[in-house]
Design a protein around this ligand. Structure first.
Ligand code: F6R
Length: 558
C-alpha cells in the first residue's frame, strides 16, 4: 500500500530516495519526491519504479516522498504524489481516503483553485494553502485542514521553508528523531538504523517537524527500536528466502518471550477471531484449538465479519502481523462491548490502540510481501495459549524441516514451474495448512491454486484432474488412513501426488517427511515445505518473490 517518508536535515533528498526504496516492499505503482528549495517546492513523480521516476533531484534541507498504490484515480503520472498547491509552495503526500473530497474539490474549484490530479488527496494541499492565507500560520492552517476533511488518513505537507506538517487518523504515521535530523514515516523499517527515538502519533494527533525538532499536538506512544540486523538481506537472494530460513529463530524468540512474560489469556465466553489472508489461516488454527477445548469460538475473514458475525461475542481475538490491516482495524474501531485481544508482529502499530491486551510474535520485521515467519510465529502464540502440547522442541524441529525440505522443494519447483494449476488438500486441522500452501503458491509463483478439505474434492474439483495435475496433500500421521481414498481417487486420474506428513507413507510421488509431533503442532511443521515450494517456483519462473504484482505488504484500505 502507499508509503510516506520524509526528513528534515542533512542529505534529506538522498535519505528520502533510499527510504522510498525501502518502502518498495509494501507494493506500489507510482512514486515521487518533493524537496523544499526555500522559494518553492520541487516535485518529481510518476508511474513506475523509484529508479525510473526519481532520477535528478536537487539538494535541499527537507524532503518528503511517497509510494502510491492506486485507489482514487488511475495509475497516471498526474495522480502520483506529491501534489502541489496552486502557488507551488506546499506539497502533500497522503495515505488513506478523504471521504468528502468530492464536496471539498467543488468548493475549492469555485474559489479558484486549479487541480492537476483526480485524487482525493489533492484537496489537502489546496485547503492548507487557504489555511495559510487565512491564518498566516502553518499550524493553524493544518488545524483548518483537519477541521474540513473526513476519512482515514496519514499525510505530510512540505512547506518551501523546510517545515513538514503531519497528521493521522486511522492510517499509521510515525515521527522520529535522530542525530542527523527529524523524520516522518508510515512504516518503521526505513527508520531502522537512523532514528534514535520513534513515536507513533495517536489517532487524531498532528505534529510539526522543523530543523529545531518535532512538536506533537495530541497523544503519542514511543515505538521500540528495531535491531538493524533484522532487516539486512545478508547472503540471501530474497527477503522471502531469508525469512523462511529465519523461522527456527523466530519461533524460539517468540516462545522465549511468551514464557518470560508468562503470557496467559483467561477466556470463558463466546470468542470471535478476526483476520485477513495468512493471518486468517492462523485464526482458523486458533478456532480449531479453542473448539477442541470446548469453547464457542469462530474465525472470520475480517472483510466479511459484519455480514456473518451473528450474536455479539464476549471476546474478539484480532490477528494481524502488520497491525495496520484496515479490514481488521475497522472491526475493532466499531466494537462496543467485547474485550479485544490482539496478536501482532509490529509493536507500535495501530491495532494496539483498539485492543485491551496485545501479544507479540517475535519474528522481527517481515520485508518479503508473503507472510512466512509471521505465520509460524502466530501459530506458536496460539499453541502456547490454547494447546497442551510441549512446544520446547519446536524451533529445532522447524530447522530440521527446512534442512530436509529445501533440496526436495528446489528440485520439484522445476516441474511445478511449468504447471498452471494445483490443488492443496487435507482433512481436519490440515485444511488450514492446505489453505496457506495454496495462498503462497498463487501469490508468489502466480500458479492458480485452490485448497479444499480432501473429502470435498470429489464433489466437484476432481473434474479438473488429468495427467500430471499436481495435488499437494497435507497429512498428519493420524490422517494418513483418512486421506488414502482421496489420494487414490486423484492418482487414478493421473494426478501427481506431493505430500507432507509426519507419518510413514508410500502414497506420495514427492514426499516431505517432517518430525513426528503432537498433531496440534503439525501445522507449524507442515507449512515450511509449501513456503519453500512457492519460493523456488517463483524463482524458477523468473518472478521476484519479494514484490508480487498487485500485492501490498500492509493493506491499509478496506
Ligand atoms: C499473504 C499475506 C497477506 C496478509 C494479509 C493480512 O502472504 O501476506 O495475505 O496475511 O494481508 O495482513 P496482516 O497480517 O498484516 O493483517
Amino acid at each position: 500500500m502507499c508509503g510516506i517518508i520524509g526528513k528534515i536535515g542533512l542529505g534529506a533528498p538522498r535519505f528520502v530516495i533510499s527510504g522510498l526504496k525501502t518502502l518498495e516492499y509494501r507494493g506500489y505503482d507510482s512514486s515521487g519526491i518533493a524537496v523544499a528549495l526555500g522559494d518553492a517546492v520541487f516535485v518529481q513523480k510518476g508511474v513506475g519504479t523509484i529508479d525510473r521516476v526519481v532520477y535528478s533531484v536537487p539538494n535541499g534541507v527537507a524532503a518528503i516522498g511517497h509510494t502510491r498504490w492506486a485507489t482514487h484515480g488511475g495509475v497516471t503520472d498526474f495522480n502520483a504524489h506529491p501534489h502541489l498547491d496552486c502557488s507551488g509552495q506546499y506539497a502533500v503526500v497522503h495515505n488513506g481516503i478523504i471521504e468528502n473530497h468530492g464536496e471539498l474539490r467543488g468548493e475549492l474549484v469555485r474559489r479558484g483553485h486549479v487541480f492537476s490530479s483526480e485524487t482525493d488527496s489533492e484537496v489537502i494541499v489546496h485547503l492548507f494553502e487557504e489555511g495559510v492565507q487565512k491564518y498566516g500560520d502553518g499550524v493553524e492552517a493544518l488545524r483548518y485542514v483537519l477541521s474540513r476533511i473526513r476519512g482515514q488518513y496519514a499525510f505530510a505537507i512540505l512547506s518551501r521553508d523546510g517545515r513538514v506538517y503531519v497528521a493521522r487518523k486511522g492510517a499509521p504515521l510515525l515521527v522520529a528523531k535522530g542525530k542527523d535530523g527529524v523524520y516522518v514515516s508510515s512504516d518503521p523499517v526505513p527508520l531502522v538504523g537512523v532514528a534514535d527515538e520513534v513515536y507513533r502519533l495517536a489517532d487524531g494527533s498532528y505534529a510539526v517537524l522543523s530543523p529545531d525538532g518535532v512538536q506533537i499536538f495530541g497523544e503519542y506512544v514511543p515505538v521500540p527500536r528495531v535491531d538493524a540486523r533484522r532487516v539486512e538481506l545478508g547472503s540471501h537472494r530474497h527477503y522471502m528466502e531469508k525469512e523462511i530460513f529465519e523461522q527456527p529463530r523466530a519461533v524460539k524468540d517468540t516462545l522465549d518471550y511468551l514464557r518470560r512474560e508468562n503470557v496467559r489469556w483467561e477466556l470463558d465466553g463466546r470468542i470471535h477471531l478476526v483476520a485477513a489472508g495468512t493471518s486468517y489461516h492462523a485464526a482458523l488454527y486458533g478456532e480449531y484449538l479453542l473448539r477442541k477445548r470446548g469453547y464457542d469460538a469462530q474465525a472470520f475473514i475480517a472483510s466479511e465479519y459484519e455480514y456473518w458475525k451473528g450474536k455479539e461475542p464476549d471476546y474478539v481475538i484480532a490477528i494481524s502481523q502488520s497491525g495496520e490491516t484496515e479490514d481488521v482495524l475497522s472491526i475493532l474501531r466499531n466494537l462496543d462491548g467485547p474485550e479485544v485481544y490482539a496478536i501482532t508482529n509490529t509493536p507500535g502499530s495501530t491495532i494496539e490502540e483498539y485492543s485491551d491486551h496485545v501479544v507479540y510474535t517475535r519474528a522481527g520485521p517481515e520485508v518479503g510481501v508473503a507472510a512466512t515467519k509471521t505465520y509460524t510465529t502466530q501459530l506458536t502464540v496460539l499453541a502456547h495459549l490454547f494447546s497442551d502440547a510441549n512446544l520446547s522442541e519446536l524451533p529445532g524441529f522447524v530447522g530440521d524441516v527446512l534442512e530436509s525440505s529445501a533440496p526436495i522443494a528446489r528440485t520439484y519447483a522445476k516441474v511445478l514451474s511449468r504447471k498452471n494449476s494445483a490443488y492443496f488438500l487435507g482433512r481436519g486441522l490440515d485444511v488450514v495448512t492446505a489453505k496457506e500452501g495454496a495462498l503462497k503458491l498463487k501469490e508468489i509463483a502466480y500458479i492458480h491454486a485452490e485448497a479444499y478439505p480432501a473429502g470435498e474434492s470429489k464433489h466437484g474439483p476432481i473434474a479438473l484432474i488429468e495427467s500430471g495435475f499436481p495435488v499437494f496433500f497435507t497429512a498428519s500421521k493420524n490422517m494418513l488412513s483418512e486421506i488414502e481414498g482421496n489420494v487414490q481417487e486423484m492418482r487414478a486420474r493421473g494426478a501427481e501426488i506431493v505430500m507432507v506428513t509426519d507419518g510413514e507413507t508410500e502414497l506420495a510421488d514427492v514426499l516431505f517427511s517432517v518430525p513426528n509431533v503432537d498433531t496440534e503442532l503439525f501445522p507449524i511443521l507442515s507449512v515450511p515445505p509449501w513456503q519453500l515450494i512457492a519460493y523456488y517456483t517463483a524463482v524458477e519462473r523468473g518472478v521476484n518473490p519479494d514484490r508480487p504484482r498487485n500485492l501490498a505488504k500492509s493493506v491499509t484500505v478496506k
